[in-house]
Design a protein around this ligand. Structure first.
Ligand code: SAM
Length: 286
């Protein structure tokens, strides 16, 4: 909230509204008449956000979309320019915690991983379709898994015997393939991250969003992005730099506000362990 600096009467777009924790804070600070447009690609999240934000009535508009479509959404609602964008990347706690969503190796469930279960290909379908080389590339590039080739080989071998269509089956295949495990870390962590990013085209989404976000902001409007791993944060950092006119980008449209990436305090990490890898960057429209 410090970096987004919501003010009474402002218009804000929470492009990953999720369970509406941030949205509520924005609405409280922008009252009595500030507006919030909440976007999420997950219909379950939107349904829950709708309940959470009920008390704010007509100040809230919720839209089922991908955040790469934010400009079209805001245009349609005649909400351009906005005073601020918040993007809190990655998965939500309910996506991770509900076995039927198929994101987690902690619970056995169908190997789905789609944030929008009604669109695109599930992780099980992806594993059926791609060849071993492509699979190794996905696991290496999106999971930063050193043993990507070995994991891809194990998956290719295992799927000959039958489809890998549950989170439990995939976790077991990866665990068998990897020689020594990092202490305290499930051996399938990196593979699961990689498939999730591929299934949801997560990195392309960030890039597409950042190429249109500045156009939707009022001068002085803020853009705040919270990333959860280095692949996401690298894209945000690079895009911010080009939009700020550095690194051979075009004319500057943003001013970077966070000289260094902002990370949670020890107290916050303690209170909310899932915040531990969060990294916030903020910029202001020139
Ligand atoms: C970390 S959660 C956000 C939590 C939220 N800030 C809150 O306070 O509850 C991320 C949310 O972003 C959504 N999401 C991720 N990628 C998206 C995309 N490309 N377009 C729209 N929503 C996306 C997910 O479905 C999830 O609900």
């Amino acid at each position: 909230m410090t970096w987004l600096a919501p003010r009474p009467g402002g218009r804000y777009c929470d492009a990953t509204v999720g369970l509406a924790g941030h949205a509520r804070a924005i609405l409280e600070r922008s009252g009595p008449d500030g507006r919030l447009i909440g976007i999420d690609r997950d219909p379950d999240a939107l349904a829950q956000a709708r309940v959470e934000l009920e008390p704010f009535g007509e100040r809230v508009t919720l839209v089922h979309a991908r955040f790469s479509q934010a400009r079209d959404v805001l245009e349609r609602l005649q909400m351009i320019p906005v005073d601020g964008f918040l993007v809190d990347l990655g998965v939500s706690s309910p996506q991770l915690d509900r076995p039927e969503r198929g994101f987690s190796f902690r619970h056995d469930g169908p190997l789905d991983m789609r944030m929008d279960p009604a669109s695109g290909e599930s992780a099980a379908d992806l594993l059926r379709r791609v060849d071993e080389t492509e699979l190794a590339r996905i696991i290496r590039d999106f999971g930063e898994e050193r043993h990507a080739a070995r994991v891809a080989r194990a998956i290719a071998d295992a799927r000959r015997a039958g489809p890998i269509d549950t989170t439990g089956k995939l976790a077991a295949v990866v665990a068998r393939a990897l020689p020594r495990h990092e202490p305290g870390k499930n051996p399938a962590t990196r593979t699961f991250q990689a498939l999730r990013i591929a299934v949801n085209e997560e990195l392309e989404e960030i890039d597409r969003f950042l190429s249109v976000a500045a156009d939707c902001l009022r001068p002085g409007g803020r853009l705040c992005v919270i990333a959860f791993h280095s692949l996401e944060d690298r894209i945000v950092k690079r895009r911010f730099r080009t939009l700020a006119g550095r690194d051979g980008g075009g004319p500057a449209v943003l001013r970077i506000l966070t000289k260094h990436v902002v990370v949670p305090t020890d107290a916050e990490r303690h209170r909310n362990p899932r915040s531990r890898s969060a990294r916030l960057r903020a910029a202001e429209r020139l």
